[in-house]
Design a protein around this ligand. Structure first.
Ligand code: CO
Length: 211
């Protein structure tokens, strides 16, 4: 453990040398500012590092991560990231990326009492409740867990669309596409859930504001 820690700063120096070797202007160019075309909302899980798994370089992806890639519309942290990404950086794509084997989603399937995190897990449990009939009908626990991960991503895509930030952007005719992906920690492959939305039409009528 100590060895791993001690190597981190050494690894950083090697990384800088390697990057400059490939592109001598790399850091100089990035120091002038960022213009990432994508906002990534992913899980905090250490096995799902945003940039690495999509081959993106520093400067290419604006990233927000939390437990179980949740879009909670009272979460000031998430809203601040979203506002900055949409209104200042002008990203055109927002990707919600969940992953199979997600501990947060798994916890929401149980009745375990963990502690403070129970408050966060409750938001995931709400997703279970919305899809209770479909999920309870799946006998195999692993299949039900996988499906819950997918449904959770889909709900977060819809929750993003319902935020005032995305609604205002669509009202101003700013083109923003929201996508839902699931990363498979068993083989590294990302599955596009094909739940992309770019306007209010996919929202349930209850949430459709007059734009
Ligand atoms: Co996770």
């Amino acid at each position: 453990m100590e060895k791993f820690y001690n190597e981190l700063l050494e690894n950083n120096k090697k990384w800088v040398v390697n990057m400059l070797d490939k592109d001598p202007q790399f850091f100089e160019r990035l120091s002038h500012g960022q213009q990432p075309p994508i906002l990534w909302i992913g899980c905090a899980d250490s096995r799902v590092p945003a940039n690495e798994i999509i081959g993106a370089l520093p400067g290419e992806v604006f990233v927000h991560r939390n437990i179980a890639n949740m879009v909670v519309h009272t979460d000031m942290n998430m809203l601040s990231v979203l506002d900055y990404a949409i209104n200042v950086l002008k990203v055109s794509h927002v990707i919600v990326c969940g992953h199979y084997g997600c501990g947060g989603v798994q916890a929401a399937m149980t009745n375990k009492h963990i502690g403070l995190i129970d408050n966060w897990i409750r938001h995931i449990k709400d997703v279970y409740r919305f899809h209770q009939d479909e999920l309870n009908a799946i006998g195999d626990e692993k299949t039900r867990f996988d499906r819950f991960v997918e449904l959770n991503v889909k709900e977060q895509v819809l929750d993003l669309a319902k935020t005032s930030i995305i609604q205002n952007a669509w009202e101003k005719k700013q083109a923003i596409h929201i996508h839902g992906w699931v990363y498979d920690i068993h083989d590294g492959i990302i599955k596009d859930l094909m739940v992309s939305i770019k306007n209010n039409e996919s929202l349930s009528q209850v949430y459709q504001l007059d734009l």
